[in-house]
Design a protein around this ligand. Structure first.
Ligand code: 8GT
Length: 133
């Protein structure tokens, strides 16, 4: 079966303690309740980093400089309706306080504890990379 390729961009946002921000998908969305990296779909005409800057402003009310987004790895995963291709950037610098703007719960998680959070299947290999497994 041919599935459309969906380009989504995501970020591992690190605080000064080396913890990573996960956001819980709200009720009513697909995969509600699972924990994921902030980000979203790359819209036509956008680069991945521009899309990420936009999503972080919309979702978490923070301002990120594209130059502070460092590519680290990616997910490539077959979901029933699409194939997800998701570059993952890391970021340690932003302006403003993290205020979830869409009612999502967020958590700062030590890399070694990422696997304690139920997550979309595509994210499991990313948790392995970030936790050095
Ligand atoms: N932002 C983000 N999306 C992810 C992650 N892992 C993963 O499978 N996805 C999937 O990537 C897709 C696009 O995410 P999105 O945030 O723009 O989509 P959405 O919830 O607004 O729309 P949707 O309800 O149609 O899924 C979703 O199907 C989402 O489940 C992740 O770590 N971060």
């Amino acid at each position: 079966m041919t599935r459309p390729l969906l380009l989504v961009v995501a970020v591992a946002l690190y605080n000064a303690k080396g913890e990573i921000l996960l956001a819980q998908r709200p009720e009513g969305k697909s995969m509600a309740g699972l924990w994921e990296f902030p980000g979203g779909k790359v819209e036509p005409g956008e680069t991945p980093t521009r899309a990420l800057v936009r999503e972080l402003q919309e979702e978490l009310s923070i301002m990120v400089d594209e130059a502070d987004l460092i590519p680290i790895t990616f997910a490539s995963h077959d979901y029933p309706k699409f194939h997800l291709l998701m570059p993952l950037f890391r970021c340690r610098a932003w302006a403003g306080d993290v205020i979830p703007a869409e009612g999502q719960s967020v958590a700062w998680v030590a890399p070694s504890s990422l696997h304690d959070y139920p997550a979309p299947a595509a994210d499991i290999p990313l948790f392995d990379v970030l936790s050095g497994k």
